[in-house]
Design a protein. Structure first.
Length: 147
């Protein structure tokens, strides 16, 4: 198994491990969808469909020129954070879909081993690529005969 300190190594992928990861992703997405803090961040960012505060209250706003700038800056920050969280959510959802495909390939067994290995690697590259990573290319084994 690969070490957590950045070392390289091997990692055994099992049906149970893929199911565990997909279940974890599903739980995280569900938590994010119902999280009050994320909803509040959306409201601060200008989402009018969310109940709650829609701006920060930095003083009374009277006689303090920076109050409006602070509110505007925070609104932009909240909107950008919301976009990033939505992007992360979409990427996690796609990762779960790709991992389910990998799981299906593993379930299918050796019936289409060459195609399955290639398709599985493509889906794994998709999962890793969603988060900015890369997977080294693999080549098909070459069989040679000697006389």
């Amino acid at each position: 198994m690969a070490k957590d300190d950045g070392d390289t190594g091997t990692y055994k992928v099992t049906d149970a491990k893929i199911d565990e990861i997909v279940t974890g992703i599903g739980g995280l997405l569900q938590d994010m969808a119902g999280d009050n803090w994320i909803a509040l961040l959306k409201a601060f960012g200008g989402d009018k469909t969310v109940d709650g505060f829609d701006r920060i209250y930095a003083g009374s706003g009277k006689g303090v020129a920076s109050t409006g700038a602070l509110q505007a800056d925070f609104a932009r920050f909240a909107a950008e954070m919301t976009r990033q969280l939505e992007s992360m959510s979409a990427n996690l959802h796609q990762a779960a879909v790709d991992l389910k495909l990998v799981h299906q390939y593993l379930q299918d067994g050796e019936d289409g081993a060459a195609v399955t290995a290639e398709a599985m690697m493509a889906d794994l590259r998709d999962v890793v690529g969603l988060f900015g990573g890369t997977v080294s290319a693999t080549t098909a084994p070459v069989t040679t005969t000697t006389k």
